[in-house]
Ligand binder design. Structure first.
Ligand SMILES: [Zn+2]
Length: 144
């Protein structure tokens, strides 16, 4: 595991949920995590470059500051079929659900922190258009 991956992952879940709550027309594409930063690509018919990055960072860090517990549960796929809004990968029998307080739940197999207080400061650095209706968010974390 990369040293910051759990922090980057957990912050990304919160950021993405925050954007999805604000803009209904969002489809999550691929997320990638590197040693010092992460990227996620979101599809939207809205021009996401128009988002106020400072405002986004402020609100995401306010949510992180609620010091929410992160819980991981493994479900059988059949148990999850009626749950809306979860992106369950095709062909998997067990679904690992990462829940951040009551703010977000989504399937993810990667490492996360145990409490959002471990994330530190989460910072979106840029939002770039990388294709039709496709936007890449680049972000990193800092110690508080
Ligand atoms: Zn994750």
């Amino acid at each position: 595991m990369k040293p910051k991956e759990g922090r980057l992952q957990s912050g990304e879940h919160i950021m993405t949920r925050f954007i999805q709550n604000k803009i209904s027309d969002i489809t999550v594409r691929i997320a990638k995590f590197f040693d010092d930063y992460g990227e996620i690509e979101l599809l939207s018919s809205q021009d996401l470059r128009e988002m106020d990055i400072n405002g986004l960072n402020l609100e995401v860090n306010n949510i992180i500051g609620r010091d929410m517990d992160v819980n991981i549960k493994i479900y059988d796929r059949g148990e999850m079929e009626n749950v809306e809004d979860l992106r369950i990968p095709e062909g998997t029998q067990n679904v690992r659900i990462v829940s951040i307080g009551d703010f977000d739940s989504r399937p993810c197999g990667d490492p996360h922190v145990k409490n959002t207080s471990e994330i530190g400061k989460f910072i979106v650095d840029k939002i770039k258009r990388v294709g039709k209706d496709r936007y890449r968010f680049t972000f990193h974390v800092e110690d508080k």
